[in-house]
Design a protein around this ligand. Structure first.
Ligand SMILES: O=C(O)C(=O)CO
Length: 270
């Protein structure tokens, strides 16, 4: 694993600190790069909030590799606005904010969570809206050379992307209908493994379509080594397949030292 391609998810790690102090904590732990879920309460935050977020990352001397687009109220179970007709305006307005942040912090990927199925709404209507909204987001991301990412998630019965193939099919639809090719798979190995996907197949056969990888062990979503996943094998598969992009540490801290496991994979360097 290339230690220079590691990024730390500061929405899941360093959560004992206020959000704006986490980039510095990542830097102090030896990382050059961080990522966040949407860090604001609203889809369109005040300029002051955006500036404070950008400064916290800049001042820490790290870059923001990835950012989740506004995804609704996660604590209430929402997971994305992409396919929600009443939220489209909010989603589209948040894209400008996200891309503006990305332009300042060298962001290469924006994770657009798909959104749960909505009771009473036609599935085809939700899917068609998602493809159109993805095209808008992908065009905006392309202005700074970034990708839009689609992430299968586990444990949410109403969230329709569960396997890598589900996300790839949506990416295919965006390409077919809008001739846009910067919508890629976010392979979160924890979610894919929990959903029973074939990680060997996904990582070796779809390498070129993976825009980003996130890792956490399953079960539990803790540090690699705290569950039953074979990280040595999965990370080797990615290396052998020539995966060139970032890998994110996106897990909950359950051990006294949440990054001790890394030394065995990076010869002590990160
Ligand atoms: O909601 C989650 O579990 C995520 O991984 C969001 O990116």
């Amino acid at each position: 694993m290339n230690p220079q391609r590691l990024t730390v998810n500061c929405s899941m790690l360093f959560t004992d600190l206020p959000l704006l102090r986490r980039p510095q904590a990542a830097r102090d732990a030896g990382f050059d790069a961080v990522e966040f879920w949407w860090p604001f309460d609203d889809a369109v935050p005040a300029d002051r909030e955006v500036d404070e977020f950008v400064s916290a990352i800049d001042d820490a001397g790290v870059r923001l590799t990835h950012l989740n687009l506004a995804a609704g109220d996660l604590a209430a179970g929402e997971r994305g606005l992409l396919s929600h007709p009443p939220r489209t305006r909010e989603f589209v307005e948040s894209i400008d904010v996200a891309v503006g942040i990305g332009a300042r912090l060298r962001t290469v990927g924006f994770n657009a969570l798909y959104g749960n199925r909505m009771a009473g709404l036609d599935v085809a209507e939700q899917d068609s809206l998602a493809v159109d909204n993805l095209a808008v987001a992908a065009r905006a991301a392309a202005t700074i050379g970034a990708q839009i990412l689609l992430e299968p998630l586990s444990a949410l019965p109403d969230y329709p992307l569960r396997l890598a193939d589900d996300a790839l099919a949506v990416s295919d639809a965006v390409r077919r209908e809008h001739r846009i090719d910067n919508v890629a798979l976010l392979a979160d190995l924890y979610h894919l493994s929990t959903n029973g996907d074939d990680l060997d197949h996904v990582l070796s056969r779809h390498t070129g379509r993976i825009g980003h990888v996130q890792i956490a062990d399953a079960p539990g979503r803790g540090e690699p080594g705290t569950g039953t996943m074979d990280f040595a094998r999965h990370l080797d598969t990615l290396d052998e397949a020539g995966y060139p992009r970032w890998i994110s540490l996106e897990y909950r801290q359950t051990l006294a030292d949440p990054i001790a496991w890394l030394a065995a994979f990076t010869n002590g360097a990160h």
